[in-house]
Design a protein around this ligand. Sequence first.
Ligand code: ARG
Length: 401
Amino acid sequence: MSERVVLAYSGGLDTSVGIGWLKEATGKEVVALAIDVGQGGEDMNVIRQRALDCGAVEAIVIDAKAEFADDYLMPALKANALYQKRYPLVSALSRPLIGKHLASVARQLGADSVAHGCTGKGNDQVRFEAAVAAIAPELISIAPIRDLALTRDKAIEFAEKNNLPIAQSKKSPYSVDQNVWGRAVETGFLEDPWNAPIEDLYSYTQDPDVFREPTEITIRFEAGIPVAIDGVKYAAIDLVQKMNDLAGAHGVGRIDIVEDRLVGIKSREVYESPAGIALIAAHEELENLTLERDVNRFKRGIESRWADLVYEGLWFSGLKRSLDVFIDHTQEHVTGDVRLRLQGGRAVVTGRKSEESLYDFDLATYDTGDTFDQSLAKGFIELWALPSKIAAKRENNRGKK
Ligand code: ARG
């Protein structure tokens, strides 16, 4: 039996041609693996059949939507994960999951290698290969576009010559990656960072500039996980989908950013992540209500480190796992309700309450019933400012010398 390679298959031109291209270049039999992470679009059975028609010896479809929501999106939400303070890691979250399935299918089938359709310029190649390496270190990773010089023109030529059922696929002016956490759009006219995005780019969000009456919703969180909207319980995957509809209808979650890629390139990216942005806003505010000050402050630093690690493909690294333990521990009391107002591209928190709240009305109030002993503040400030005071005296004395 010849060696086998398991290819992460999307159904698009590059990975479809990649099947035959891999076979020609390596002599290996190609198994296509399509993972459903809620990217929508074509039916997964159509994609599966196309892989077979393009020469795969086997084509496997895995519905990983619930796993993606439970094991990847919920941890990202608990971490309020935003790369460079803005990007909710849409693609960066799906790659380790796909890598994990690639590795496990390769092992099950006795394949010696895995493959993906990334170029050599992006982050996704790193994420796939680092995930596979961390799970099945014996596997070889192959990237036909990067390693076997499969260009777009050659791909079209190959598809036409071999009569592949993909030749007619029209080239999108952009490179798009999408899943249930959002969409990433790059290249085309966006490569000039001065060019403003056009309405055409978006599909999860409506134009936020069109006036609509606001939508107000209440999200229930339990230990950091959103579990219900307006009293209706949802599994994580369904709740995220529901939030995409609600927040997307108000144009929430559009992001336009120049981002630092792992390979050193700066790239201009347009994203839309209605559920991601709305849920992070709600979750973070519930933390403000329920976390001790120092835990909250310290966690904000951990969050950005977490986002950097995940962005840079280290989902399965030791540091990321250890940070998860810290983050999970902080979520113990992050239970309660957040009211969100969705309108004009924004998700604004207008109310929060929690049975685990640290907000003490009697301490906070300026009205009668105040239990805060203001006389204590005077001595506190005296000691708080003491180190600065002593240092200032030294400066003054030096001036006199
Ligand atoms: N720049 C983003 C990231 O690194 C999006 C990548 C999108 N991938 C793609 N093949 N278009 O996460």
